[in-house]
Ligand binder design. Structure first.
Ligand SMILES: [Zn+2]
Length: 312
């Protein structure tokens, strides 16, 4: 496959046509060829196409409270003890505890997620794929995991996986693989040239390296995380090398994902970003994802490093 340079953004302003044109111009200037955003606008996609940029829409299994209330059977369930632990964590200062305890992901995902085994939930996912492809060039799966990072305990899933640990682990992993296959086939049936990619998130236990088994064009896996503490650069290389060694191109192509926020507390130096991009491009064979664009937008030295890495 040709190398792919993906900008995944949550933060750049897009509320006016002018801002959307500016975002496409910025993405082009940095050397990216795919832009991933949530709910892309028609006019931005048109501008992007004129610039040779493809736009991919974020696809989420999340549900708002009204939808959950209307059809409670389609949502993932955790064990009652897990719900109680999640509730106990909803106290002032918990965010600080999470940060100081060096947890780089929350114990439980707090929002509702679809159960990947329920037929009505699957139809909602199909509809979301269709809606995305009516505007965008592809879909980017984000958040396709379990709220407790290992299983759904709705009545349907509980009956299917039982309480044997190995059977449960196998069932859960196959559930994640199955939903990616369904989305991949749905997207390609709608548009043969649709791009199907993801970001492996939230982490899955007991096999955090299951991503190589997903049905996708590109499986983007974290080699450097958004939050402190910054991963030692040796670990960045180790993660990239490990994902590359597990890659199964009959399922997907591994693309290294670099998470970068611009909050003063999260910033990393331009030299550090340069080192991460070098590792990403080496193990990604020229492909990389940078998420988000706020760092390069606000810091000229980071901007220069990104352009230099992508355009050299
Ligand atoms: Zn379920």
């Amino acid at each position: 496959m040709e190398p792919i340079r993906i900008a995944w953004d949550w933060h750049m302003p897009r509320s006016t046509p002018q801002e959307r044109r500016e975002l496409v111009r910025f993405v082009t200037e940095l050397g990216f060829d795919v832009l991933v955003v949530s709910r892309p606008e028609v006019d931005m996609v048109e501008t992007a196409h004129e610039a040779g940029i493809r736009v991919v829409a974020v696809l989420s299994p999340g549900l708002d409270a009204a939808r959950t209330k209307a059809d409670p059977e389609i949502v993932q369930r955790m064990l009652p003890s897990e719900e109680a632990m999640l509730e106990a964590g909803r106290v002032d200062g918990d965010e600080q505890r999470q940060r100081l305890s060096h947890r780089w992901f929350p114990l439980f995902q707090s929002g509702d997620l679809l159960c990947y085994e329920h037929p009505r939930a699957r139809r909602i996912i199909d509809e979301r794929v269709d809606e995305s492809l009516a505007v965008a060039d592809g879909v980017a799966l984000d958040g396709f995991g379990f709220r407790n990072h290992y299983a759904c305990f709705c009545s349907r899933c509980s009956t299917a996986h039982g309480s044997d640990a190995e059977r449960l682990a196998r069932f859960s992993e196959e559930s994640l693989i199955g939903v990616s296959k369904r989305i991949y086939e749905r997207a390609k049936s709608r548009r043969q040239d649709a791009i199907v990619l993801n970001h492996v998130w939230p982490p899955f236990n007991p096999n955090p390296y299951y991503g190589a088994r997903l049905y996708l064009d590109y499986c983007t896996q974290t080699i450097s995380w958004f939050y402190r503490p910054v991963w030692p650069i040796e670990r960045v290389r180790l993660e990239a090398r490990l994902h590359k060694s597990l890659e199964d191109k009959s399922r997907n192509t591994f693309v290294p994902f670099i998470g970068l926020y611009d909050d003063p507390y999260q910033r990393r130096s331009a030299d550090r970003i340069r080192a991460e991009l070098d590792i990403a491009l080496e193990y990604g064979e020229g492909s990389v994802v940078l998420c988000t664009l706020e760092g390069p937008a606000h810091d000229a030295t980071i901007r220069a490093v990104v352009k230099d890495a992508l355009l050299r």
